[in-house]
Structures are given as structure tokens and as C-alpha cells.
Design a protein around this ligand. Structure first.
Ligand code: SAH
Ligand code: SF4
Length: 367
């Protein structure tokens, strides 16, 4: 009989799957076939894997869990943003959001249940860390949402009604991805695998609050886009917002960032939550410009998303535009994240309260 604690099949990257098959006396190429069924055709019922040998299927059936996470709830916003509550096998849920912008459908995925970093502006931060997600649960969010879209969502195109296809990923849901380094790294390998989903590196963005030891290990990570949650250019303000700044202050953070292997013409995105009277002043701008190299950076301003229980306030629209304009006038690339999906109570990284509004982004930040 199958035990419920079998490892997820979706925790295996292609090399792992080939190795497992070889070690058990099966041909390695069967891994390529299985990968195609799962990640190209979204067929999770092995009964339909017509070109895969019976013994290989029996082996996977006995030794791996093939179930994908369940979509517990979903809601569609007027602007096309769709929020999913995704249930894991142990009853925990995480939020996953699909954001429609121009020709992209970006999935914002979670890497942990809760988060240990405890940023003072972030609702997830107030929950503490419950647990890491496994690789299978991280990849499973994509599989579950794409499977749901295949069955439920059609969009009108010139060629007629077509299935909606996810095109991009941002690791900006709940949790600090680099705190769950190995599982997140393996999930990125699976997303990029050509024999499977085959996303290009440019369509994947990893966002981190600045875990310096893990940033120093990024040479070992698939070369995806990197976004750093900066939020302040003064150490005292950053520490107030992000307790992690006590351990890894701006100097240590930027020493680590300098070592990040960047492909030619790639820039690091700096996320900057703009909070009224806290980090939206002229001196904050000056410090930010002093800190960031305009040729190697992009700034993504995120107007603070207010929620009950938080004392921080969102600056006026005029202030937000002023802040952006100064950066643009000084030749920085700078976007302002747009608010999306307010009507479905969806948000990334701060979703657990019923009262929250959704604050997502301008997709330029994720090129
Ligand atoms: N832990 C990682 C990635 C997930 S956080 C990180 O911090 O980078 C997801 C995003 O939500 C981050 O850009 C974070 O800055 C933003 N965020 C969290 N709380 C917010 C709030 N109240 N208003 C606006 N953005 C918020
Ligand atoms: Fe964690 Fe990111 Fe929220 Fe900070 S902003 S508490 S790192 S999820």
C-alpha cells in the first residue's frame, strides 16, 4: 500500500529523475518522456502516459506522490488578476497570484508558509515562519494553476478561443526564497528545463530581502533576474523596516551584490516600498542615488499598501510621482508598481487578512 509520506515526483529535476531511473535499472530516456507528460502536457494521470513503460510507471506509483496541490479557492479581479489559495497535503495553504499584463501571464509564487524575516511593513512578516515549502510544493503551485487554467480559462484571440498559458514567474509570494535556498534553486531548475516548462531565464525573477550568505551563493543558482528588497538607503531606516538589516547592513549587502554574476546588459531590480514621511524625502532620494549605480540598477517603487493594524501610510500620488521623476531625471530606470486586483483581496507576500487590498506591480519591473 502507498504511504502518504512519499516524496513528491515534482521535487525531482530532470537529472534527479534520470539518476533515479538508472539506479533502479530503467532507461534514462524514460525521464524525458515523463517530463513531457507532466510539464508540457499537464497530464498527471499516468494511465495516459502512453509511451512510458509499465514498469517505469509502477516504480513511480510505488515510490512517489503524484498528486498536485489543490486549488482551495480562487477569485478573479476586474483587471484580470486571479488569486488562488493553494492547499498543500498537510492542510497548510499559500497564496499564488496570476497577473495579466500585456502579453504576459505572470505567476507570483510562495516559497514558505509564513516568513521568518519579520519586516515591519509586511503582513506575512507578522505571521512568523511556519515551514519551508518543498520543491514539489513550489513547482506544484505552477502545475496546479496551469491545470486549473487549462480546465477553466479561455481567452479570445484572433484564432478563436485559446487556453491561457502562464509565461513568467516571480518568487514574490509568501516567504523569503533564499531562506529556503535548496528547494527554491531546484524549483527554478525545473521551471527552466527545456524538456519541460522551458521558461527562459529572463522570465523568472527571484526577490530577496537581502540574505547575504545566500546572495554570495547565487553563482550556483540558475541565472534568473534578481530583485533586492531595498526599501531604504539609510541603515537606521532600513533596520526599522527590515530587522535583517541588523545582521546584514547596506554595506554588507552591496559587497555581496557586487559578486552576483550578472549577464551582460542585465540589471538588478531594487524594490523600494515608498512610505509617507519615512523614506520619501529628498534626503532619502539623495542617499538612494548615492547607493545605486544607474547603469547596473533598476528601481521599482512600490507605494505602501495600507492595511489595518499597520501605522505606515502610503504617500500621496503626487509624492510618488515626484520621487519617480527625480530618479528618471537623473537617468535611472524607474517604474512604479501599479495596484491590481483590489476587488478580490489578493496580494503577494501579505495576503492572510480579509481586509487587505491587493498591491501588485507594473510588469516592467520583471523584464
Ligand atoms: N521575501 C521576499 C519576497 C517576497 S515579499 C522579499 O521580501 O523580497 C513580496 C513583495 O511584497 C516584496 O516586494 C515586498 O516588499 C512586498 N510587500 C510586502 N508588504 C507590502 C506592503 N504592505 N505594501 C507593499 N508591498 C509590500
Ligand atoms: Fe518576509 Fe519578504 Fe515579507 Fe519581509 S517582505 S517579511 S522577507 S515576505
Amino acid at each position: 500500500m502507498k504511504t502518504p509520506s512519499l516524496p513528491s515526483l515534482y521535487s525531482l529535476n530532470l537529472d534527479d529523475m534520470r539518476t533515479v531511473l538508472k539506479e533502479n535499472g530503467f532507461p534514462r530516456f524514460a525521464a524525458d518522456q515523463v517530463y513531457q507528460w507532466i510539464y508540457k502536457h499537464y497530464v498527471f494521470d499516468m494511465g495516459q502516459w502512453s509511451n512510458v513503460g509499465k514498469k517505469v510507471k509502477a516504480f513511480f506509483f510505488e515510490n512517489y506522490d503524484l498528486s498536485i496541490p489543490k486549488i482551495v479557492w480562487n477569485g478573479l479581479s476586474k483587471d484580470g488578476t486571479r488569486k488562488f489559495l493553494v492547499g498543500m497535503g498537510d492542510g497548510n495553504t499559500v497564496e499564488t497570484v496570476a497577473i495579466n499584463a500585456r502579453d504576459r501571464l505572470t505567476l507570483c509564487i510562495s516559497s514558505q508558509v509564513g516568513c521568518a524575516i519579520g519586516c515591519t511593513f509586511c503582513h506575512t512578516g507578522t505571521m512568523g515562519l511556519k515551514r519551508h515549502l518543498t520543491t514539489g510544493e513550489i513547482v506544484g503551485q505552477w502545475l496546479a494553476v496551469q491545470d486549473w487554467l487549462n480546465k477553466n480559462a479561455r481567452k479570445e484571440t484572433e484564432e478563436g478561443l485559446q487556453e491561457e498559458r502562464l509565461t513568467n514567474i516571480v518568487y514574490m509570494g509568501q516567504g523569503e526564497p533564499l531562506h529556503n535556498y535548496e528547494n527554491v534553486r531546484k524549483s527554478a531548475q525545473i521551471f527552466l528545463e527545456e524538456k519541460g516548462i522551458g521558461l527562459s531565464q529572463r522570465r523568472v525573477t527571484l526577490s530577496t530581502s537581502g540574505l547575504v550568505p545566500q546572495i554570495e551563493k547565487l553563482w550556483d543558482f540558475p541565472p534568473v533576474n534578481i530583485a533586492i528588497s531595498l526599501h531604504a538607503a539609510h541603515n537606521d531606516i532600513r533596520t526599522e523596516l527590515m530587522p535583517i538589516n541588523k545582521a546584514y547592513d547596506l554595506q554588507k549587502l552591496f559587497e555581496a551584490i557586487k559578486k552576483v554574476p550578472l549577464k551582460a546588459h542585465r540589471r538588478i531590480t531594487y524594490e523600494y516600498i515608498l512610505i509617507k514621511d519615512l523614506n520619501d524625502r529628498q534626503e532619502d532620494l539623495d542617499a538612494l542615488m548615492e547607493l545605486l549605480d544607474k547603469k547596473e540598477s533598476k528601481v521599482n517603487i512600490i507605494p505602501f499598501n495600507e492595511y489595518p493594524g499597520s501605522d505606515f501610510k502610503r504617500p500621496s500620488e503626487q509624492r510618488i510621482r515626484w520621487f519617480q521623476k527625480q530618479l528618471l531625471n537623473n537617468d535611472y530606470i524607474c517604474t512604479v508598481r501599479v495596484t491590481k486586483g483590489d476587488d478580490i483581496l489578493a496580494a503577494c507576500g501579505q495576503l492572510k487578512s480579509e481586509y487587505e487590498k491587493l498591491n501588485l506591480w507594473d510588469d516592467d519591473a520583471h523584464v
